[in-house]
Design a protein around this ligand. Structure first.
Ligand code: HAM
Length: 420
């Protein structure tokens, strides 16, 4: 133990559990790479103003949860609380939208930071895999993203998730609905904070988890009943495409997302084994964000999936990931000369793509065999003086216990044949 601990709301990824995280990141992004999305990386911090404008001045993320700092040069920066604003900023800055090849499809994977009250599944540092399709308005594109997330979860063996789907309307019908909702909410018996929210962000009130509030909302006007013809038909087409792809979803007219940029399609992937932090992923269309950032009109859609919560969901379902073993062969030399000989063999094995490790630190035979077993290797490769005299090593199958002498210069081909 050292004097220091990981900061509150954070945790370290260490072996063996870290292997699951890596596998989840890989699985969540694999469908994107097969669908034309290109890898993107942006800085871990941006100007505060990007998130204030992009995510929304009235959101919890911006008002309460950002890690902000002033640099020695006087810049106001924030650790990124989410990826969409940054990725769109990067696409605009590089003029990717001018290539004439729309939509610009990008995917990303990284760390995000929110100063939230920590609890199971909610951390101050967490990890997302995300995708953004920038510059196209096409129901098939919204459907594509939902299908890709669905297929990613399925490829991991996850079953107990549900897809909640809603439309939040556009700049034509949302303001009308918003006014109707405000009028309804103002007549309710609500506390000071919530009343203030009615003015700034009335849709968020629908998302209030308190029973006392929810009870009064049963007759609240719903966006669904206020969608304009364009939004209604767009949403219908998204739903048709999902059904055609055998992706089941639930219409959730109360689904409101915690970020202000959404228009039309919004969705969330929830898992019932996670308690209150049940959203494993979420996203939607954001047709006005580019203009909010000073760019041209670029209707876009995207999502981000939480890696931490996906791992928790897999555990809740008892899914064991099929991970390739990290070590195939573990070398156990007996004596100095054998150390040199087996170290050469280990290097050769690795160069030929076989995962191999070595008993370092001059351990005795017994300890070295313990390390070999702990490594999860299928084979131990042993050699002592007598073996070297015959230019062989003993290849021991750690599952069956069977042991065969193999000429040193044939170990690599022998092991590769056995592993194939
Ligand atoms: P979000 O819903 O804020 O959306 O986050 C997406 C996912 O990140 C959540 O469903 C959850 O799994 C995970 N997540 C968020 N906060 C935490 C936390 N404190 N601890 C652990 N996991 C967390 C966005 O971030 C949007 N940028 C998604 C998007 C992309 N919309 C359009 N494009």
């Amino acid at each position: 133990m050292s004097t220091f601990k990981a900061p509150k709301g954070t945790y370290d990824l260490i072996p063996p559990e870290s292997a699951d995280f890596l596998a989840v990141r890989e699985a969540l992004s694999a469908p994107l790479r097969r669908a034309g999305y290109g890898y993107t990386e942006t800085p871990g911090f941006e100007q505060v103003e990007l998130f204030a404008r992009g995510v929304g001045e009235s959101t919890d993320i911006v008002t309460k949860e950002m890690y902000t700092l002033t640099t020695k040069g006087g810049d106001e920066l924030a650790l990124r609380p989410e990826g969409t604003a940054s990725v769109l900023r990067a696409a605009l800055e590089a003029s990717l939208h001018k290539s004439g090849n729309l939509p610009v499809k990008l995917w990303y994977s990284g760390s995000y930071y929110r100063y939230e009250r920590p609890q199971k599944g909610r951390y101050r540092h967490f990890s997302q895999v995300g995708a953004e399709a920038i510059g196209a308005e096409d129901p098939a594109l919204d459907a594509e993203l939902i299908i890709l997330a669905h297929d990613a979860y399925r490829s991991l063996g996850l079953r107990g998730f549900r897809i909640l789907l809603n439309s939040l309307g556009d700049k034509e019908c949302r303001p009308v609905y918003r006014a109707a909702l405000q009028e309804f909410l103002r007549r309710l018996d609500l506390d000071e904070d919530t009343r203030r929210r009615i003015d700034i962000n009335p849709l968020r009130v629908l998302d209030d988890k308190r029973e006392s509030v929810q009870r009064q909302l049963t007759d609240a006007p719903m966006m669904r009943d206020h969608l304009c013809e364009g939004c209604k038909s767009y949403h219908e087409q998204v739903r048709e495409q999902l059904t055609a792809a055998d992706v089941q979803y639930e219409d959730d007219p109360r689904l409101v997302r915690g970020l202000d940029y959404y228009t039309r399609t919004t969705f969330e992937f929830v898992h019932d084994g996670l308690g209150s932090q049940s959203a494993v992923g979420g996203g939607g269309r954001y047709d006005g964000l580019s203009e909010m950032l000073g760019g041209p009109p670029l209707p876009s859609v995207g999502w981000a999936l939480g890696v931490d919560r996906t791992v928790l969901a897999l555990r809740a379902e008892g899914v064991e990931l099929q991970l390739p073993s990290s070590t195939d062969v573990f070398a156990v030399p007996i004596g100095e000369e054998a150390r040199r000989a087996l170290f050469r063999v280990v290097t050769a094995l690795r160069r030929e793509g076989v995962a191999a490790d070595f008993a370092y630190g001059g351990k005795g035979m017994k300890n070295a065999m313990k390390s070999a077993n702990r490594s999860g290797a299928r084979y131990a490769l042993l050699a002592g003086e007598r073996d070297l005299a015959e230019s062989v090593a003993q290849l021991k199958d750690l599952q069956s216990g069977e042991q065969t002498a193999v000429p040193l210069d044939r170990v690599v081909s022998e092991v590769r044949a056995k592993l194939a």
